[in-house]
Ligand binder design. Structure first.
Ligand code: PXG
Length: 455
């Protein structure tokens, strides 16, 4: 049995956590997660918790998959690691690249591996700039991204991302421009949704013209913005983005770190959004988070130029094509295929969750409830009929998250947006269980707000 107090003291003394205010962490003490199975995790005090965030948007096949452990064990026994530099390769990396290309479709021919989403977006920036330089257009360096996007936490990742709090710490690398996000409920709830989608896409064209089309290398976007609060664009948005990129010959990068590998009911989110990106970033779901792995799926347009004319690409990581990580990912993709999880999300659990969220939308606190596949979000609203938000200083999202913690549910708060991304194995009965917990937490939040005299 883990000694909670002792571990908390050492945690606070020595472990610097990501995205954490350590002063307040030290005061409260970390929650220590000790085991997991299927869609549940347990803390050191024995509490069972429904993990409606799949770890951190990644444990797509759920916890406790012995097959993945066996794949790692077998590969580690045979060849735990070898690099892919200096004209060498390894079988799991080769097989995984082939597998990912077969899932991505005809547009793509190669995969570049890293160990995370952040690294892979670094790869993207170097790759697109090298691509344009190879084609004799070295001035095409600008990348257009979006406000409130999340593309990782390295200097390139955070610069591509649109999070002001991250930009404020360490700055932004040159050559990146941001346009507004396609957040219908937040920006223009009274406008026709499809018309708003076209208008939001037109901001890309405006930015291209402002920067100068001859200077723009690429546009990057998540099919559905995840960490930004599950922002689901209107269906008109991505086809229009694609049209604009094509019009100016600009490369399109879809960051599929969250949306890839089944989350949106397709192998890649862009396949359901009507976009055909030249490059796709992946991580998380490729290995269901059992082992770190990420990379870039490279379209033929880019791969052909780099391979035939680009010479040596002076870029790579020690762990590019890590054999153990790739072996685990292969076993993970086998599970997703065998259990038909992509279609289950698309035709069964995704629509079921959508139906449940349509009912949830009747709760007095819930505004803008939306789902796509197995991601979902809503905003806590003071008065949704008149579209009045809560005062930010109330931190209503944190009040609600506190009730989720207390009631055995992991649901994320992004400001006042409450979001979920449960494992793809979540059954309809488990969706009912999760929705029951969400109601419980919403009612408790409402009771608090009434006590505070806010409602
Ligand atoms: N792109 C996207 C779309 C992501 O969601 C990354 C890149 C970076 O991946 P790595 O593996 O470098 O973390 C991500 C990561 C949150 C949260 O609070 C989301 C992420 C990471 C940390 C926190 O929702 N997504």
């Amino acid at each position: 049995m883990t000694n909670t107090k002792e571990i908390q003291a050492i945690d606070s003394a020595h472990y610097m956590h990501p995205f954490t205010d350590h002063k307040s962490l030290a005061a409260k003490g970390s929650r220590i997660i000790t085991k997991a199975d299927n869609v549940y995790i347990w803390d050191s005090e024995g509490h069972k918790i429904f993990d409606a965030m799949s770890g951190l948007w990644c444990v797509n096949v759920g916890y406790g998959r012995k097959e993945l452990v066996d794949a790692a064990c077998k590969q580690m026994t045979e060849l735990p690691f070898y690099n892919s530099f200096f004209q060498t390769t390894n079988v799991p990396a080769v097989k995984l690249a082939e597998k990912i290309i077969s899932l991505a479709g005809d547009n793509y021919s190669h995969v570049f591996f890293g160990s995370s989403g952040s690294e892979s977006n670094d790869t993207n920036v170097r790759m697109v700039r090298h691509y344009w330089a190879t084609l004799g257009q070295p001035e095409r360096t600008f990348i257009i991204s979006r406000k409130n996007a999340y593309h990782g936490s390295t200097m390139v990742g955070s610069s591509l991302g649109g999070m002001g709090g991250m930009h404020a710490q360490g700055g932004v690398i040159p050559g990146i421009e941001h346009i507004e996000q396609p957040y219908h409920y937040g920006l223009a709830p009274d406008e026709d949704r499809d018309a708003f989608g076209l208008r939001a896409a037109s901001w890309l064209e405006e930015k291209i013209l402002e920067v100068g089309a001859e200077k723009v290398a690429a546009f990057i976007g998540e099919p559905v913005q995840g960490a930004g609060g599950v922002i689901i664009p209107p269906q008109t948005y991505w086809p229009e983005i694609q049209r604009i990129c094509d019009k100016y010959g600009i490369l399109l990068i879809c960051d599929e770190v969250i949306c890839g590998f089944g989350r949106l009911g397709a192998w890649f989110g862009s396949q359901r959004m009507g976009a055909k990106p030249d490059l796709m970033t992946f991580a998380k779901g490729v290995s269901s988070g059992y082992i770190p792995l990420g990379g870039v799926v490279v379209g033929k347009r880019v791969a052909q130029v780099l391979i035939e004319q680009g010479g040596e690409f002076n870029h790579g990581y020690t762990y590019s094509g890590h054999p153990t990580a790739c072996a685990v990912a292969l076993a993970n993709l086998e599970i997703i295929e065998r259990e038909d999880l992509v279609n289950q999300v698309r035709y069964e659990t995704g629509p079921y969750l959508a139906q449940k969220y349509a009912e949830l939308a009747k709760h007095p606190l819930v505004g803008g409830a939306e789902t796509f596949g197995l991601v979902a979000g809503f905003v806590l609203m003071k008065n949704k009929e008149e579209h009045v938000h809560f005062d930010e200083s109330l931190e209503v999202g944190m009040i609600c998250r506190g009730h989720c913690f207390a009631n055995g549910l992991i649901m994320r708060a992004v400001g006042d947006r409450m979001i979920i991304a449960p494992p793809l194995v979540t059954t309809k009965a488990q969706i009912d269980e999760m929705i029951g917990l969400i109601y419980l937490c919403l009612d408790a939040t409402l009771a608090d707000l009434k006590r505070l005299g806010v409602m």
